[in-house]
Structure formats: C-alpha cells, structure tokens
Design a protein around this ligand. Structure first.
Ligand code: SF4
Ligand code: MG
Length: 320
C-alpha cells in the first residue's frame, strides 16, 4: 500500500518561561492511502498534539521543534502560506469534538459550507458551490431541503454530520478526527462512525482517528499506534493489538478495556500515572509503572522496532 503521510522523528515542545516540556518525543509512523490509522493512549499522552502538528496548527506555547512530515512526498513543515492553505483544506481536513460548536449560530449552514467550497474553488461560482453543498448534505444523510437552516435547528449529531460534510467538501485525501463523536450519545456515535467508514471506502480517503474509546477505534481502524508519554510504544494491526499485544503498556490498556460492555476500568495491575513531562524517568518512560521492568529499562530507552512475526512495531527491551 502506498504511503500518504510519512512522519519521521516528529518532536513537539511546550515552551514555558522556565522550562520546556517535550510533549511529543521524536515519533515515526506512516499513514497509507485509504487507511484508517488510530492513535490510542491515556489523555495527555500527546495524541492531539500530534494531530495539530500534522496539520501545522501548533500554536505557542507549542512548537514543532524537529522532524519531518511528508505528505505525498512533500515536506509539510516547510510549506509557506499559500501552499499551507491548500494543504489544510484540499488535502487534509479536520473534525474535532467541539467542531459542531464552531458553526456560526447566526449564519445558515448553507452559507458556511458554500463559503469553504467557494474559497477553494472560485471557478465553481455560487451555483456550483450550492450544488456541491447539496451533494455533501446527501452524502452525510441530511435532507438537502434543510440546507438553509441555522445550526440551532439541528440536533448535536446532525451538526457534527454537517461538520463532516464541510470536512469532506473539498475531497481531501486525509481526514483527521480527534474525538469526533465524543460529545454525542452512543447510538449516534456509532451511526456517524459507520457512515464515515462507508464514505471512506467509497471515496478512498485516509483517516487519522483519535478517540479514548478503544472499542470504537478497533472497529474502525486498520492499524493503531499506542502512545505513552509523548512516544509511540507500539504500532500494530487493529485486529491483533488486543489479542497479541507486544508492549506491556498495550497489554495494560487492553486489560482495562471491557471487551463487550460494562464500565471502563482503571489500568489493571498498573499503579501510578504517566510521568510529568518536565521530570521524566531515565530510560524507558514506562519503567516506573511496568511490572516487567529490568535494570536495563531504567538506563536505556528502548527504540521502536519492527517485529515481522507479529506485523507490529514495539519499543520494549523485553522483546529483544
Ligand atoms: Fe517495561 Fe522495560 Fe519494556 Fe519499558 S522497556 S516496557 S520498563 S520491560
Ligand atoms: Mg486530546
């Protein structure tokens, strides 16, 4: 499968007055054409920071301080203004948890969709933009007769669908979704995710999917990267990440995950919490919590390595 987005040694810092916290510490991964790639991990592990960096949306005190992000071979981190504008909408677009609240309440949604379409495709004109808006409404399952309604006339689920319609309007190659359905009730969530899966297979775009809902992620994604304390500790096929986890942290995530239903549990057998980014442990960042930690673990940080027998990459001394 061809690589769409290639992330190498991506490093993001949060710069304070007196200290620097390295929120993302030199991570590597690829997103392939047509693939849904998930980023999992506890809150604060750097997932959203990665998403923002890929979109060149990092703002101070955040700072992309190193690495490379190549989109179809082009270096995104060195795009200048005009190229960046095209990249952000035509090639990559976003749906955030709060996206539905970003719709302007006093402007009909038709104008808000058409605005995006016309800005990037002035040749379409108003008529063409409206036709495209109608098409997008149909695509996400909202009756086009409602195009001129105001945001408050729609339910939360419908507003989020409208945001997905806007995100898809320019036919991007990659859609970054950070907790896209978290604010919605479970049935609506599943509905929307199923619809995105269907659209993905029809239109062929790739997805970077971030959610705290591991079940939803496994169902929806082809591969999953597990982050811990700003680093990728495992990247594996979604189908085997819980049944054949390689990294002790992935195993802990999996054991805290109820396979069918029931309440979320704390990480089983793993005491403590992720380290303070300004006072990191030596060696493996997971070592203070890891039930398998050895002397080596608190001396040397393990590197992410590919293990062909598992089709997965993992960073753990146990595996060597
Ligand atoms: Fe545990 Fe050591 Fe592996 Fe880190 S490197 S996860 S401390 S066994
Ligand atoms: Mg987040």
């Amino acid at each position: 499968d061809r690589v769409l987005l290639e992330v190498r040694n991506l490093t993001v810092d949060y710069v304070g007055d007196t200290s620097i916290a390295r929120a993302v510490n030199g991570i590597d991964f690829d997103i392939r054409e047509g693939e849904a790639f998930g980023l999992a991990g506890e809150s604060g592990c750097g997932k959203s920071t990665v998403a923002f960096a890929l979109a060149r949306l990092t703002r101070l005190p955040g700072l992309v301080s190193g690495g490379s992000v190549r989109f179809q071979g082009e270096e995104v981190l060195s795009f200048e203004k005009a190229r960046l504008k095209a990249y952000r909408w035509r090639e990559v677009s976003f749906v955030f948890q709060s996206a539905m609240n970003a719709l302007n309440p006093v402007i009909p949604v038709s104008e808000q969709i058409m605005d995006v379409i016309e800005t990037h495709n002035p040749e379409l004109g108003e008529k063409g933009a409206r036709a495209r808006a109608v098409e997008m409404f149909e695509l996400v399952g909202i009756p086009p007769q409602r195009l001129d309604d105001f945001p408050h006339q729609f339910s939360g689920g419908m507003r989020q669908r409208i945001c997905i319609a806007i995100a898809l309007a320019l036919n991007p190659r990659l859609i970054i979704m950070d907790e896209p359905t978290t604010a919605l009730d479970v049935v609506v969530q599943r509905d929307i995710i199923e619809q995105i899966v269907e659209l993905k297979s029809r239109l062929g775009f790739s997805v970077l999917f971030i959610t705290h809902d591991l079940g939803l992620m496994i169902e929806f994604c082809d591969r999953i990267g597990v982050m811990y304390s700003g680093e990728l500790v495992e990247v594996a096929p979604a189908s085997s990440i819980l049944t054949n986890p390689q990294h002790p942290y992935t195993r802990a995530l999996g054991s805290s995950f109820p396979p069918l239903s029931g309440p979320r549990q704390r990480l089983e057998g793993i005491a403590g919490s992720p380290p303070d980014l300004r006072a990191l442990p030596q060696g493996c960042r997971f070592s203070p919590r890891c039930p398998h930690a050895m002397a080596l673990c608190s001396q040397t940080a393990p590197e992410l390595r590919f293990y062909p027998e598992h089709e997965s990459e993992a960073a753990c001394h146990l595996l060597n």
